[in-house]
Design a binder for this molecule. Structure first.
Ligand code: ADP
Ligand code: MG
Length: 569
């Protein structure tokens, strides 16, 4: 039997680990299962390249609770460790065997999915355990080793009779952490962190109903059998190629991710990039409508199929935090502060990649099936409009597919709208006048009058519309938005006005019939009426400018974002 001191530069690292390394005690399970997964994936890799001459089989990881002994066991069938390797990998805190492995097999193991890299994960076990044992047998032909440590910097290492390959970690759970001996607690953690990890994880058994044998009577109970309760799906959709997946698979994965969501997603975006950073994932546009407070099912961030967080703030642009789905990247630095994340170069690239992918997907949906895109517009417009306001790159792309519906449900892109109305709705200053209503019922009298004049009236009713209008007016040349009940509408016609204004009243009267033939009667009427200041066809409530000022004040001065805060614009 060997004894020794764990090789650390700081004498009492355990209290430090317990206190500061991870604020969340529960992540010890994630760390130990990650190590068990790494051990299994390493073995897989070594057999693949012919370095381990063993039968790989179908290894699983098992979690067992021993309530009487107050123990939690994490058992794998991975590559195991020799006594020498235990000395090397376990006794040196902050030395990562995972990193060493990746370094050694640099080229071939690049995509092996190895998780660990800080060399600290194992010690998180001491956050919940007074004593930790490792019983491990290497795939190499060497006796098994048994390591024990009670949380002080001294340990024991002896040989053990374990004959099957792999590692068993035994945690002697601390008095204050007995919740980790409850089935329900462990189940909850497994579902939260390990639901999509790449090696099957067994936790207990479950009863499976089998089909009745032929000739069985109606009243005979169906036979049952006890099978392993595997809590994870080792091959989640996002790890597959888009070409392998059908629409149904994407929908199925959405239900797997959010079992409590009954609405189907509107569409999905498969992310898949390996240069200059590694990122996979599937994002979904949920049906949001006007309700923007549904923030409970959020995008989940994974690292090599291990759940990290569902707070992706700083990693995806804010306007896309309304989406759902999964992002998996080994390149996102974890366990670091949000402000650091925002400054990180890789994270910035990831964020702009995601923005671009979302814009491209929207564009192709628009191009390939405009009818369908129009139908979804109401459910997606908040995200798109907010994106147009907050990200200039997104604005440029979205400008081609952002839709402006009229009160009669015709959908125009901005350029289509310009084409359609430019002859009829240009004012004295050569500005394109875009009329819009914000409430069909309240403004219906104005809408009708405008329509009678042949004007198009948009229905812009999303909560950030005043900001969007401002953005469009500043980024497009010679465009002004006028609400349908504003006074400005009287100045719409420019070109015909000049001609008509040269006529005397008598000429107008006699030429009335001819005039109506050459220019559309609606323009003609408006023009005649507009020239007569007493016969204004519109009731003037307040000028557009005044109205907007008031609206801005109501929404908090500078503006608001979709969560009701002010964006930095
Ligand atoms: P990291 O996973 O970041 O390398 P850890 O502290 O989690 O660091 O683990 C340290 C090392 O201990 C691992 O890299 C690995 O070499 C070894 N190790 C831990 N758990 C196991 C296991 N279940 N099977 C084999 N080796 C293990
Ligand atoms: Mg680890």
């Amino acid at each position: 039997m060997a004894t020794g001191n764990i090789n650390v530069s700081v004498e009492n690292i355990f209290p430090l680990i317990k206190k500061f390394l991870y604020s969340d005690h529960e992540i010890f399970l994630r760390e130990l299962i990650s190590n068990a997964t790494d051990a299994t994936l390493k073995l897989k890799h070594l057999t693949n390249i012919g370095e381990a001459k063993i039968e790989y089989g179908n290894p699983i990881i098992e979690i067992k609770i021993d309530k009487d002994k107050k123990q939690l066991h994490i058992i794998d069938q991975g590559l195991g460790m020799t006594a020498e390797e235990v000395e090397k990998y376990i006794n040196q805190v902050a030395f990562s065997g995972a990193e060493e492995f990746l370094e050694k097999y640099k080229d071939s193991a690049k995509d092996s999915g190895i998780i660990g890299h800080f060399g600290l994960g194992f010690y998180s076990a001491f956050m919940v355990a007074d004593k930790v044992e490792i019983i491990t047998k290497s795939y190499k032909d060497e006796p098994a080793a048994h390591w024990t440590c009670d949380g002080s910097p001294s340990y024991t290492l002896e040989s053990h009779s374990k004959s099957e390959r792999g590692t068993e970690i035994i945690l002697h759970i601390n008095e204050e952490e007995t919740e980790f001996l409850e089935d329900s607690k462990i189940s909850e953690l497994l579902v939260k962190y390990n639901k999509f990890m790449p090696v099957p994880i067994k936790f207990g058994t479950k009863t499976e109903t089998l089909p009745k044998p032929e000739g069985a009577k109606e009243e005979d109970p169906a036979p049952t059998q006890e099978v392993d309760n595997i809590i994870n799906n080792p091959n989640p959709a996002w790890t597959k190629q888009p070409s392998e997946l059908k629409e149904e698979d994407y929908k199925g994965f959405y239900r797997e991710l959010y079992p409590m969501q009954f609405e189907e997603p509107l569409f999905n975006i498969h992310l898949n990039v390996d240069y200059p950073f590694n990122l996979t994932g599937i994002l979904y546009f949920p049906k949001l409508g006007q309700d923007m407070n549904m923030q409970k099912d959020r995008i989940q961030l994974y690292q090599n199929q291990v759940f990290v967080t569902d707070n992706v703030e700083g990693i995806v642009p804010e306007f896309l935090t309304m989406l759902r789905g999964v992002i998996d990247s080994p390149d996102i630095p974890l366990n670091v502060s949000r402000s650091y994340l925002q400054a990180d170069g890789a994270v910035k690239k990831i964020s702009s990649y995601i923005t671009r992918k979302v814009a491209d997907k929207l564009n192709s949906l628009f191009k390939n099936d405009r009818e369908d895109f129009q139908q979804k517009w109401n459910d997606i417009k908040v995200v798109i409009e907010y994106g147009m306001l907050s990200e200039d790159k997104f604005f440029e792309k979205a400008d081609k597919f952002a839709l402006y519906p009229t009160v009669d449900d015709t959908y125009f892109t901005f350029e289509e709208l310009r084409e359609k109305i430019k002859d009829n709705q240009t004012d004295k200053d050569d500005k394109l006048v875009i009329l819009y209503a914000s409430n069909k019922d309240e403004q219906h009298a104005y809408i009708n009058t405008a329509k009678e004049k042949g004007y198009e009236v948009l229905l812009l009713d999303s909560p950030i519309v005043s900001h969007l209008i401002q953005k469009l007016e500043t980024s497009k040349e010679n465009v002004t938005f006028v609400r349908v009940d504003a006074d400005h509408i009287n100045n719409l016609i420019k070109k015909d006005e000049e001609t008509i204004s040269k006529l005397t009243d008598e000429e107008k009267e006699t030429l009335k019939g001819d005039l109506e033939k050459v220019i559309p009667s609606d323009k003609y009427t408006v023009q005649l009426e507009a020239m007569d200041s007493n016969a204004s066809p519109f009731m003037i409530t307040q000028p557009e400018f005044m109205r907007r000022m008031k609206e801005m004040q109501q929404t908090g001065g500078g503006g608001m974002n979709m969560f009701g805060n002010m964006p930095e614009m």
